[in-house]
Design a protein around this ligand. Structure first.
Ligand SMILES: *Cc1c(COP(=O)(O)O)cnc(C)c1O
Length: 358
């Protein structure tokens, strides 16, 4: 079996154990005689998977019954629209931090629905960064406030969560369950699954039930959080197989232990940043205090060298290191499932490449 080191930003690497377990059960799930892809979403086998996935997420995030855990299709991108459609009414304002491509994408959708205040704007800053604590201006009585906790493309990450004075909503698509965090600071959290939680096809939403209850009732049924809460995310056919893979991934997280995963994530990122900092050849693109532990972004002296770096890394079994097409450069995405051995291989390659080309 030839598995590569997959540095892709999303869809991203999945734990090998999870893939193999799914493979073993693919055509006959636990003696049911059918695949999870083929069974009723109202049957007892699927029901157990669905509810275990919810229970595991609840446990891993440390959220009690004040929160509903939902599975909704349409990715994080639909959440950009659903959030203001539910909560940004006439005469209200929502605060948004605009610190990167994903924050800007969320702002764009919210503006189609209602009034948006940009609490801080550092989207165009180089090096890329998150706003400092004193820099963010919150609207008293805002309908909600929104941040992207980790900007997947620029490689900048909030290291502490600001107090905003209004219900806080976090797009955690690329750093959910990757570090110690008090999730109860948030009124709502959403994440497309395909980075840290499983495959694409589903977004996880954790939302305070009292907040959801205040959502608009004059929007289509499928777009209301309340609908998904009342039906335990089974109003219509959910993406059963994606939720099954997410369930296995949450089991894998529990088995490994979150403290160990957090520490490994820190160590993995530090290893790459250490090489960058010790070198005059590589240049990190994010400001030091906001460097992401999930997406490590850096540049080489020329674009030609970047192309060569990506080509030679690929030949050595390190794939998808090319930065996002909007920014170029190199991006190493090292989510929970990315093995430490792959990071070791990358830093060895980086040192060697610098020696040969520096
Ligand atoms: C990937 C990503 C998105 C978009 O997710 P989709 O599920 O493709 O819609 C949004 N926000 C962040 C922070 C992301 O990393």
């Amino acid at each position: 079996m030839a598995r590569v080191y997959n540095f892709g930003a999303g869809p991203a690497i999945m734990p090998l154990d999870v893939l193999q377990e799914a493979q073993a059960d693919l055509v006959d799930f636990k003696g049911s005689g059918m695949s999870v892809m083929e069974m009723s979403h109202r049957g007892k086998e699927y029901d157990a998977i669905h509810n275990e996935a919810i229970a595991n997420l609840r446990e891993l995030m440390g959220l009690n019954d004040d929160y509903a855990i939902l599975f909704i299709q349409g990715g994080a991108s639909l959440q950009f629209a659903m959030l203001p459609m539910n909560f940004l009414g006439e005469g209200q304002t929502a605060d948004y931090v605009n610190a990167g491509s994903w924050g800007a994408a969320a702002v764009k959708q919210a503006r189609m629905i209602g009034n948006v205040n940009i609490a801080a704007d550092c989207q165009k800053d180089i090096p890329t960064r998150m706003p400092d604590a004193g820099e963010m201006k919150w609207t008293p009585g805002a309908a909600y406030s929104h941040l992207t906790t980790n900007e997947t493309i620029s490689g900048a990450q909030f290291k502490s969560i600001p107090e905003t004075g209004s219900p806080l909503v976090g797009d955690m698509s690329s750093d959910i369950l990757s570090r110690p965090l008090d999730y109860t600071k948030f009124t709502m959290i959403y994440a497309g699954a395909q980075k840290n939680l499983g495959p694409s096809g589903v977004a996880m939403v954790a939302i305070r039930k009292d907040f959801a209850g205040k959502g608009s009732i004059s929007i289509p049924t499928m777009l209301r959080y309340q609908t998904h809460i009342e039906n335990n995310s089974l109003y219509n056919t959910p993406p059963c197989f994606s939720i099954y893979m997410l369930c296995l991934t949450t089991r894998w997280l529990k088995k490994n232990g979150m403290q160990k995963i957090f520490q490994t994530n820190r160590d993995k990122a530090q290893l790459i940043y250490d090489v960058i900092d010790a070198s005059g050849f590589y240049r990190g693109t994010a400001k030091k205090e906001y460097r992401s532990d999930m997406n490590v972004t850096f540049r080489l002296p020329t674009e030609e060298l970047e192309t060569l770096f990506i080509k030679q890394a690929s030949e050595a079994g390190m794939k998808q290191l090319k930065g996002h097409r909007s920014v170029g450069g190199i991006r190493a995405s090292i989510y929970n499932a990315f093995p430490a051995a792959g990071v070791k291989a990358l830093v060895d390659f980086m040192k060697d490449f610098e020696k040969r080309n520096g």
